[in-house]
Each structure stands twice: as structure tokens, then as C-alpha cells.
Design a protein around this ligand. Structure first.
Ligand code: PEP
Ligand code: MG
Length: 312
């Protein structure tokens, strides 16, 4: 059994009973691609593109953008690559995009809101992506709050000929109305870092409130469940790309909640793959149900682990 487990640990993400869950990498620049491949990632589930725009007074040239995105497609032939459009704002200010000082940067003009305000930036990024598009290239927008924003983003992408279009679910309104946000797009991906921040009204960068960011918090699990169920109902993928997916027990719970792919920092991939391979989909489902019955993060973790005995 141990040998089988080791063999599983090198193959694609799957549960003990063969339910496939592609395990993808979160990357912050092409420099992360080697580590992702070595850790056995099956593709890129979150390509944070901010690095291209940092420390600059001008937008990156189209050619530079194309090369950066192309590198990910080349690193994973046949694997999917989800590129997230620029996620900046007063919380991640850029020299070439004027961002007025805001009293609450996390609640201000960031993510898709900035993208709408600077159409030339959007045109350049979507244009670069369209030029290298393949069936494996997906594009998704961060910080989408409403169905109208999802429709707008989908229209911009479709107008450029992009076919794999998605939105992140990282604001509670988006999770609550996931069905509406899903209608114009092909997939959603849950960003549990921001989703937790907004669900618990607790700044993700502030140590004093970090206890509220426990990724096992029951309300966070409920919001993920809403998004995953909405996606399952319409037969569209629901990935997870926040830090939650990097905890092997929680990764099983997320699969039990209906997540179809998991994306994480490369370092977490081997343990998550092994944890998943050691449990059946039904164990994952039971773990998810047991976790959601609890009223605290600690109790949710403990209740889930009863159903995940191989993660002792
Ligand atoms: C998230 O918010 O969970 C996420 C994946 O995006 P980022 O951490 O880049 O905000
Ligand atoms: Mg986010």
C-alpha cells in the first residue's frame, strides 16, 4: 500500500478511488515555473501578473507580456494555464497607474475596478493574451463583486477572441451570487485569502486579526460551498487558488465541497497530492460535511480529520 501511495504521489491529482482533481501551481513570475514542474504541478491555476507591472513608470511592452505568458504555456504542454489579469490598487500601488490614497485600500479601487478605470492597460494585457491563446490558456479577473462585472469582463475577453474566461470568487457577494457570476463565463476560481478577509472583516495583512483568517473558519467553508455548488449545478469548473488549498486536510475538504481543481504554491503540492490519494471522494465529502457542522475553526479541523485517517 505504501508503494502504491508513493506511485500515486507522482501521478495526477486524484482521490484513492480515482476521482481526478488536477493539482496546479500558483506562480508570481516565470521564475516560479521550474519549481512548479518539479513538484509535479499539472498546470498553473493562478498566474499573478502584477510582477510585470511593478517598479515601472510605463506599462510593459506587449512583447514582454506575451513572452511572460507564453513561458507558462511552454512549461506545461497540454496543461492548463490560468492567467489572472492585473490585480493592483491602493493596496498594491503601481508607479505608472495613479492610485489616490484611500482610507481603506482593500475596499477601494483595486483588481477589476482598476482595470476598468484604465482601459489601455486592459487592452494591452488582453491583447497580449489573445495573441498567444491556445485551448489551454484561461484568463480570469480578480475582485469581481457583481454579475454585471462578470458580464463586462467576459465581453471584453470574448471581443478579443479569448475562449477560456473566468472570474475569481473572493468577495462574499460573489460567492452568494455565484450562479449569476458564472452565467457569462466558463469557470470560477475561489481566492480564499481575500474571501476570508472580506467575510470576517479582518485585514489580511494585520497580524492582530490573523486568528480570524484561519482557513477552517466555518463561514469561509460555507462560502466556498456556495460557489462550488453553483458551479456544479451548471457543470462548470470551480477551482480553489487561495492558501486554503495548501493544507492537505483542508484540500480534501475543499474537494468534498465540490472544488474541481486545487492550485497552491509549489511547495505544498506533494503533501496535498499524497493526502488526496490516500482518501476516497466519499471520505472527502464526509469530512466536508463534518467540518461545516462545527461552529469554530478548530472544531471544524478536528471533525474533518476524523474522516481523513491517513493524515494523522
Ligand atoms: C486570494 O485572494 O485568495 C488570491 C488567490 O489572490 P491574492 O492572494 O493574489 O489576492
Ligand atoms: Mg485575492
Amino acid at each position: 500500500a505504501r508503494q502504491a501511495a508513493v506511485a500515486e504521489a507522482q501521478g495526477p491529482g486524484r482521490t484513492a478511488d480515482g476521482h481526478l482533481v488536477p493539482l496546479l501551481a500558483n506562480i508570481g513570475s516565470p521564475a516560479d515555473l521550474d519549481a512548479a514542474r518539479e513538484a509535479g504541478a499539472e498546470g498553473v491555476g493562478l498566474y499573478r501578473t502584477e510582477f510585470l507591472f511593478l517598479d515601472r513608470t510605463e506599462a510593459p511592452a506587449a512583447e514582454e507580456q506575451r513572452r511572460a505568458y507564453q513561458a507558462a504555456l511552454e512549461a506545461f504542454p497540454g496543461g492548463k494555464v490560468v492567467v489572472r489579469t492585473l490585480d493592483s490598487g491602493a493596496d498594491k500601488p503601481l508607479a505608472f497607474l495613479p492610485s489616490a490614497a484611500e482610507p481603506n485600500p482593500a475596499l477601494g479601487e483595486r483588481g477589476l475596478r482598476m482595470f476598468r478605470k484604465f482601459p489601455e492597460v486592459m487592452e494591452a494585457q488582453l491583447g497580449a493574451l489573445a495573441e498567444i491563446a491556445t485551448d489551454d490558456l484561461m484568463v480570469m479577473a480578480p475582485m469581481v463583486a457583481t454579475a454585471e462585472e462578470s458580464r463586462w469582463f467576459a465581453q471584453q475577453c470574448r471581443a478579443k477572441g479569448l475562449r477560456g474566461v473566468g472570474v475569481m470568487i473572493e468577495i462574499p457577494s460573489a460567492a452568494l451570487r455565484a450562479r449569476d457570476l458564472l452565467a457569462p463565463v466558463d469557470f470560477v476560481s475561489v481566492g480564499t485569502n481575500d474571501l476570508s478577509q472580506y467575510a470576517y472583516a479582518a485585514d489580511r495583512q494585520l497580524g492582530a486579526v490573523s486568528a480570524l483568517h484561519d482557513p477552517w473558519q466555518p463561514a469561509l467553508l460555507d462560502l466556498v460551498a456556495l460557489a462550488a455548488r453553483a458551479a456544479g449545478d451548471v457543470g462548470k469548473p470551480c477551482g480553489i487558488c487561495g492558501e486554503s488549498a495548501a493544507d492537505p486536510a483542508l484540500a480534501c475538504v475543499l474537494v468534498g465541497l465540490g472544488a474541481t481543481t486545487l492550485s497552491m504554491g509549489a511547495g505544498a503540492l506533494p503533501a496535498v497530492r499524497a493526502g488526496l490519494a490516500a482518501h476516497t471522494l466519499q471520505q472527502c465529502t464526509f469530512a466536508a460535511e463534518a467540518a461545516r457542522e462545527q461552529t469554530t475553526a478548530g472544531a471544524a479541523r478536528a471533525a474533518a480529520r476524523v474522516h481523513l485517517p491517513e493524515l494523522a
